[in-house]
Design a protein around this ligand. Structure first.
Ligand code: ACO
Length: 321
């Protein structure tokens, strides 16, 4: 039996933290008290204008490859989850392959599922590996959401940040990812979207993120609770066998509500939203890498990762780390 196991993790955060007070100083009509009480966010990282998702992804990938104890050329599959790619094409994954100097001709492609993107990409990579067609995948979530924020819309611009996280997922005789579930319901697309595109050299429609915050909140709490239960049932694992819940880091109140639904105390939930903000597809691998490097998450522990995002899309995976 071939399983897919996480062999190493890595991450990258650009520049210095930007606090809520820094946003006020930049002229945004908000306050630390409002942002912290509504979202739990105290600071985030924002990439410089010349830094793209592929630059953050490359650094995160290098750290993950080093942690996995392999060489870049051992990677035979690259999947990048992003909604803020460098270009319309080629894919960010192809750019990362080039930046890492990988010349082995393995496939490289992007997955677009917004904040669920990392769980989608991980699940796709797991299926490649379990089929026996590929042995070592780089799975990356990388975002520069600051590029698609309307900085005059205080209800959204304070919530997001930039960054990248990566894992090396490799074939193993030991179980790693034990269960996964992916879902989408496109009928909810208006409540969270960037409803624009590019044609004839012009932006057509609206190039900025738009969100009905309260509708997103209700939807997120419901589906995150359901999908975590789904992977636990799939694996035949009770909720109390989970050492760490690593949810998408959108909002501390969504995270707390999801943990409550699963009956998990917050001491068993990895949270980075306070100092990363919402980094969309990057948030789960960023949180995972931080928890691994700080010694919070250790080998042999059981993790549930779960995400929800525009589309709407949502998904979860149960991982023996
Ligand atoms: N600073 C100060 N005041 C603000 C700000 C701000 N940054 N933004 C909005 N306000 C004001 C509004 O103008 C409004 O004022 P009014 O009552 O005078 O009209 C008031 O605050 C309340 O606005 P609401 O939008 O009703 O605020 P709410 O309590 O719903 O909080 C929030 C908004 C934080 C977005 C909340 O709905 C939420 O947490 N939603 C979840 C959305 C989320 O986390 N999305 C992440 C992306 S989706 C994902 O990753 C899955």
């Amino acid at each position: 039996m071939i399983y897919a196991r996480i062999a190493g993790t890595g991450s990258c955060l650009p520049g210095n933290p930007v606090s809520n007070e820094d946003l006020v100083a930049r002229g945004i009509d908000t306050s630390d008290e409002w942002i912290v009480s509504r979202s739990g966010i105290r600071s985030r990282y924002l990439a410089a204008a010349d830094v793209g998702a592929s630059d953050l992804a490359r650094v995160a990938a290098e750290h993950a490859i080093e942690a996995a104890g392999c060489e870049a050329d051992d990677i035979d599959l690259i999947i990048v989850a992003t909604s803020t790619p460098d270009y319309i094409f080629p894919s960010t994954a192809a750019l990362v392959q080039s930046k890492l100097g990988i010349r082995n001709g393995g496939p490289a492609f992007d997955v677009q599922a917004v904040c669920s993107g990392f769980v989608y990409a991980l699940t796709v990579a797991e299926k490649f590996i379990r089929s026996g067609s590929h042995t070592r995948a780089l799975v990356i979530g990388a975002e520069v959401f600051s590029r698609i924020l309307d900085w005059s819309d205080r209800a959204t611009c304070v919530l997001f940040g930039d960054g990248a996280g990566a894992v090396v997922l490799e074939a193993s005789t030991q179980p790693g990812i034990r269960a996964s579930a992916l879902h989408a319901d496109g009928s909810h697309h208006p409540i969270l979207c960037v409803p624009g595109g590019v044609a004839s050299g012009q932006v057509i429609g609206d190039p900025f993120l738009r969100m009905d915050g309260q509708a997103v909140f209700k939807f997120a709490v419901k589906v995150l609770g359901d999908v975590a239960q789904e992977v636990l049932e799939q694996a035949g694992a009770p909720a109390d066998s989970v050492d760490w819940l690593i949810p998408h880091q959108a909002n501390i109140r969504i995270i707390q509500a999801t943990a409550r639904r699963l009956g998990l105390p917050m001491e068993r939930v990895v949270t980075t939203v306070d100092h990363h903000g919402n980094t969309s597809a990057a948030s789960i691998p960023l949180a995972l890498d931080e928890a691994v490097r700080s010694g919070q998450v250790r080998r042999g522990q059981r993790l549930v990762v779960e995400g929800v995002g525009g589309g709407f899309t949502w998904g979860a995976a149960l991982i023996d780390f």
